[in-house]
Design a protein around this ligand. Structure first.
Ligand SMILES: C[S@@+](CC[C@H](N)C(=O)[O-])C[C@H]1O[C@@H](n2cnc3c(N)ncnc32)[C@H](O)[C@@H]1O
Length: 209
């Protein structure tokens, strides 16, 4: 067992096996895609997993080159296999607890269900680094697992997933939407909002003007 469950190959594989079955995620993904300009040229996905979001945006942004970052060897292998030989997609190892790599800026940065594995202090710092890596009019969209406002709603969410408090992912560090939206505004993002939400699944984001 590791501090972050996704470094355990069996845990990472178990997530991939059930990823399609997470209720309502496709709705959130479709809203995310609707916020991404089809003219985007450089797109970064943080905690890419098997490259699910990159695949979502691949045809939507036909001129884009993609960088997917993850720290799990299992996920990197899965994403690399998905885009094998594709010159538009680069998959690289990076721990989101470390400062984002010094690379050319992006016009889109996305993430799904990954940043909530960082501490709250690191989440905020990461959002500021994301802002710093965006070009003018760059878009940030984070489809995220967020905290419920009440214990009853948390239990309801677990029930909807067929999960219980006993088998919750111990590496989840859930934080409510409002705090994260305030951070994004404070950092300087414009048009900050929760663009979509179902229980603990929320799409938050903003634009760097
Ligand atoms: C729930 S999965 C989501 C994967 C993918 N984004 C998706 O939507 O299917 C969480 C992902 O975040 C990655 N992750 C978690 N903590 C990380 C960290 N500190 N640095 C980099 N990646 C991390 C995991 O390896 C995993 O791929």
């Amino acid at each position: 067992m590791t501090d972050n469950e996704y470094l355990d190959p069996a845990y990472a594989q178990a997530y991939l096996a059930k990823a399609d079955g997470i209720p309502h995620r496709v709705e959130g993904e479709n809203v995310l895609r609707s916020f991404i300009p089809p003219t985007a040229k450089r797109i970064l996905d943080l905690g890419t997993g098997d490259g699910r979001l990159l695949a979502l945006l691949y045809d939507h942004c036909p001129d884009a080159k993609f960088l997917g970052l993850d720290f799990s060897p299992t996920m990197i292998a899965a994403a690399t296999a998905r885009f094998a030989g594709d010159p538009r997609v680069t998959i690289a190892q990076h721990d989101l607890n470390d400062t984002l790599p010094a690379v050319a800026p992006f016009d889109v940065i996305v993430s799904s269900f990954a940043i909530h594995h960082c501490t709250n202090t690191r989440k905020r710092a990461l959002y500021a680094e994301i802002y710093g890596l965006l070009l003018p009019n760059g878009v940030f969209c984070n489809l995220e697992h967020v905290a419920s406002p009440t214990p009853a709603l948390h239990t309801r969410f677990l029930n909807e997933l067929g999960a219980t408090a006993d088998n919750e992912d111990p590496s989840n560090i859930l934080l409510d939407v409002a705090v994260q939206l305030d951070w994004l505004r404070d950092i300087g993002f414009d048009d900050v909002d929760c663009y979509w939400k179902w229980l603990e699944l929320a799409l938050i984001g903003g634009i760097r003007r």
